[in-house]
Design a protein around this ligand. Sequence first.
Ligand code: BEZ
Ligand code: FE
Length: 286
Amino acid sequence: MDNFTEHTITDAVLARMATVSDPRLRRVMQSLVAHLHAFVREVELTEEEWFAGIRFLTDTGQACDDLRQEFILLSDTLGVSILVDALNHRMPEGATETTLLGPFYREGAPEMKLGDSIAGTTPGEPTVFSGRVTDPAGRPLPGALIDVWQAAPNGLYDNQDPSHGPMNLRGRFRTDAEGRYWFRTVKPASYPVPTDGPVGRMLRALGRHPYRPGHVHFIVSADGHVPLTTHLFVKGDPYLDSDAVFAVKSSLVVDFARRDAAEEAAAHGVSSPFYAVAYDFGLKPA
Ligand code: BEZ
Ligand code: FE
């Protein structure tokens, strides 16, 4: 019979997985066990701390339902999600950088005409987005699909705030023959990630704020290209350097340029003053 000690237990667990036939599963699980044991040893985890950790993970699971995924929020706020994103999306020159999908994406946003507003009657500062979708060499991609969603200026998505109509602040647009797109919305504001669950408790215990800088989400796709999941962030937002989920990249921070001319506003179908955002998306060939 084996007599496991603090010095032999790690090798014993690793040995028991040595015959796992799927090599990837073996590698991932052996590495996970090795790092987990190293962590427990390094901090000399107490039994109280071990049980607090078990309780925290249990609460995290119990906070999940069809609309809420607290484990992904935990991964996001610990920087794991953005690390996985970075490892899996190394982009060539000329391709837009990716960032997190986030929990508020919904399939089936309404297909809209170029120039339409995704904001319905939501009060806010009128904003016009425009640009092109291209390949990394700058060649336009006609018929590319731009799936866009954002929170309202009160910081809530339609699925968090029953005062919104269904699918408010969500839309899908197709680029024209020159790969161009344009649509109207309202300027997004910074907002907190959900803090009424265990992840909120963790952030408070760590003295961390829960805010994300104002942003608009995009999934851009075109035939023969890798779908791009990203955000565009509002330049000047006070949380750009301390995003609660570490998802900001400087290449995704864009100027919301204030425009005051009434004729220009009228030409875009918005009131004056409004904000103009110009951004070209570059897609990586598949
Ligand atoms: C979001 O931007 O929608 C988001 C991303 C990660 C965690 C929470 C919210
Ligand atoms: Fe968001």
